[in-house]
Design a protein around this ligand. Structure first.
Ligand SMILES: Nc1ncnc2c1ncn2[C@@H]1O[C@H](COP(=O)(O)OP(=O)(O)OP(=O)(O)O)[C@@H](O)[C@H]1O
Ligand SMILES: [Mg+2]
Length: 272
């Protein structure tokens, strides 16, 4: 992949579907006395949607943050397309974030900017010489992709929660990233909007060929969108498998987590 506007240490080759794209190797991370990972290992393959599940505070968000350089692991390596990110300097991560984009939990839109300006923001940041017509055209195309055509002039305050999430997605994919990170994409959304976001995650894979890493509490969503699911517990990944393999898991941590979730789902159903 060529960088049109700046040189970079990240010499990215277009990934071949199914090849290993990201590898977390022997990761260790602590915050003071709190050990988050002891020896975390995980591979992510190009074109797949991988969901990371696990209890609250097990380090799901920290994993995504380590990948884009918002946090640094204490030990171990993170390899992305053969490049060791753990050796990267702060400024090198700017380029990483063009290839690996995060859809933040609260959508994190700038309230004072219009929808169009929000989506244009990463384009101006990464491509300072991009002509205004091209920016306008790209913004319009991304809004079409998330099924919100023509809303460039609206302000975030005028949007519903689901629309904000989709605008957040449009902004994340503005730079045509290869990898999309989703932190709790369906938390706090109603069932219809949740279904809509699940479809968006699938369609990013189908339409754009993106690799996705999804972090969620929502097992319905995990079973719907994932090619593979990885379970984080006891400071490591205890199992990775297809949704079917996870449902049939005999690994104690996975069993306990799924059984607790199943009870929650039943309670939710009964409450309706
Ligand atoms: N910047 C930080 N400084 C100190 N501790 C942190 C920091 N970020 C995360 N932690 C701690 O690391 C642990 C893992 O946090 P993380 O946010 O990854 O959990 P999580 O699995 O995403 O949880 P949740 O499901 O509640 O979002 C938690 O104990 C958290 O308090
Ligand atoms: Mg989290």
């Amino acid at each position: 992949m060529l960088f049109r506007h700046r040189t970079s240490r990240l010499e990215f080759q277009p990934p071949t579907r199914g090849e290993e794209l990201i590898r977390f190797e022997h990761l260790k991370k602590s915050f003071g006395p709190k050990r988050v990972y002891d020896d975390l290992q995980l591979s992510v393959y190009a074109g797949e949607t991988l969901t990371v599940i696990g209890g609250s505070g097990t380090g799901k968000s920290v994993l995504l943050k380590c990948l884009i350089g918002l946090l640094r692991p204490d030990e171990g390596r993170i390899v992305f397309e053969g490049q060791e990110l753990t050796e990267f300097r702060e400024e090198d991560f700017i380029d990483v974030r063009r290839h690996v984009a995060m859809v933040f939990q609260g959508s994190a839109l700038f309230d004072s900017l219009t929808v169009g300006e929000n989506i244009a923001y990463p384009l101006r940041e990464h491509f300072p010489h991009m002509p205004p017509e091209e920016i306008r055209e790209r913004v319009a195309r991304k809004l079409e992709l998330v099924n919100l055509p023509g809303i460039e002039d609206m302000k975030p305050a005028d949007l519903s929660g689901g629309m904000k999430k989709r605008v957040g997605l449009a902004r994340a994919i503005a730079t045509d990233p290869e990898v999309i990170l989703w932190d709790e994409p369906t938390t706090g959304l109603d069932p219809v909007t949740t279904e809509n976001i699940n479809q968006m995650i699938r369609s990013m894979q189908k339409q754009l060929g993106c690799t996705s890493i999804v972090v969620t509490h929502d097992m319905m969503s995990a079973f719907t969108v994932s090619d593979r699911i990885a379970m984080l517990a006891n400071r490591r990944i205890v199992q990775v498998g297809t949704p079917e393999e996870m449902k049939a898991s005999t690994v104690p941590e996975v069993r306990a987590f799924l059984d607790a979730r199943r009870q929650e789902l039943w309670t939710q159903e009964e409450a309706r």
